[in-house]
Design a protein around this ligand. Structure first.
Ligand code: HXC
Length: 258
């Protein structure tokens, strides 16, 4: 598929995907999300990719779902198309680790997209918000659920009910982002984190994703059982032998994803 609203570069086993609709601050329309879902599916299958980074521009990661596309829709249109569900399901189905590198606005669907990634690295210019309330609607691709899990009920209610923006410092303090870096270093830092992940056993990184995500889906007891079972199962891999032997032999591990 040829892309018009995103760009994809693969370097050092990392796929760097840039949202690229500068005229609309990377607002998410059907074309962009279809292209993004396709690019992520391809990256998940590509042997030359071991980690993904999604980013936007200096001004905006994404300023939300495209309001001009949504404005004319009826309930039946939204219901019948299940607006953005197939695309976001495909994005969330990516098994390789995905980092969101956020500078500028991450609002509405943009904040929701960042939260679909495995973790968020923010530039000091980042601004997060769920301002759908100002449009007479609410978040529609996970914002009420995921933001609440990230920052707790009180702050999530505040963000959704007032529509205010959260700066990078507050986002880090609240647990929405894993780290804040100077805007000029955002891509460098995100790529460095991605390359570090890319050097690990790909089996183990996929298992980390499954196990951490499981903590959102189940009880503590079931989650602990899941973790124990996948931990045990990793002892069937060559990468476990290699990782532990490399430590004992005081050398770098060479993982082969076996
Ligand atoms: C369509 C958008 C857009 C959006 C910005 N633009 N956000 N177009 N959808 N979400 C367009 C503007 O219309 C404008 O186009 C250009 O991008 C630049 O934006 P400005 O407003 O001129 O920039 P600025 O004054 O710097 O303000 C930036 C901003 C503001 C604070 C981010 O654009 C803004 O409030 N945007 C809307 C944010 C929002 O409400 N997001 C939630 C959407 S609902 P022109 O052609 O005039 O230059 C949502 C629901 C998700 O996300 C659920 C999905 C299922």
């Amino acid at each position: 598929m040829a892309y018009e609203t995103i760009t994809v570069e693969v370097e050092h086993y990392v796929a760097l995907i840039r949202l690229n609709r500068p005229e609309a601050l990377n607002a998410l329309n059907a074309q962009l999300l279809t292209e993004l879902a396709d690019a992520m599916k391809c990256a998940d299958r590509n042997e030359k990719v071991r980690c993904l980074v999604i980013t936007g521009s200096d001004k905006a990661f994404a300023a939300g779902a495209d309001i001009s596309e949504m404005a004319k829709q009826s309930f039946v249109d939204m219901f019948e198309s299940d607006y953005f569900t197939p695309e976001t399901d495909a994005i969330c189905a990516t098994r390789k680790p995905v980092i969101a590198a956020v500078a500028g606005y991450a609002l509405g669907g943009g904040c929701e997209l960042a939260m679909m990634c495995d973790f968020i690295i923010a530039a000091d210019t980042a601004k997060f918000g769920q301002p759908e309330i100002n449009l007479g609607v609410v978040a529609g691709i996970g914002g009420t659920q995921r933001l609440t899990r990230f920052v707790g009920k009180s702050k999530a209610m505040d963000m959704h009910l007032t529509g205010r923006f959260m700066d990078a410092e507050e986002a880090e303090r609240s647990g929405l982002v894993s780290r804040v870096v100077p805007a000029k270093k955002l891509i460098e830092e995100a790529m460095a984190a991605a390359e570090k992940i890319a050097a690990k056993s790909a089996i183990a990184t996929k298992v980390v994703k499954e196990a951490v995500n499981r903590s959102y889906e189940t009880t503590l007891r079931e989650g602990l059982l899941f973790e124990r079972r996948v931990f045990h199962s990793l002892f069937a891999t060559e990468d476990q032998k290699e990782g532990m032997n490399a430590f004992l032999e005081k050398r770098e591990a060479q993982f082969r994803d076996r």
